[in-house]
Design a protein around this ligand. Structure first.
Ligand SMILES: [Cu+2]
Length: 71
């Protein structure tokens, strides 16, 4: 497996509950190992197994809950 750890900007983060929501949804997503959302910089640091989930799939997970991952 290939573990990637990358930081991406996310559009739509407006408050602390957005941060919690993104973290909890991504933490439950198969292939995601670790997630950290930085509210001030509106970025998500995500560590994931790229054989289990692609960046496109990660972006789709966020899209479904109303956020846009900029890749
Ligand atoms: Cu919010």
């Amino acid at each position: 497996m290939t573990i990637l750890k990358e930081s991406y900007p996310v559009l739509g983060i407006e408050c602390a509950s957005c941060v919690k929501k993104i973290e909890s949804v991504l933490n439950k997503t198969e292939g995601v190992i670790n997630v950290g959302v930085n509210f001030a910089s509106e970025k998500v640091l995500v560590e994931y197994d790229d054989e289990k989930i692609s960046l496109t799939e990660l972006a789709n997970v966020l899209k479904k809950i109303g956020y846009e991952l900029i890749t």
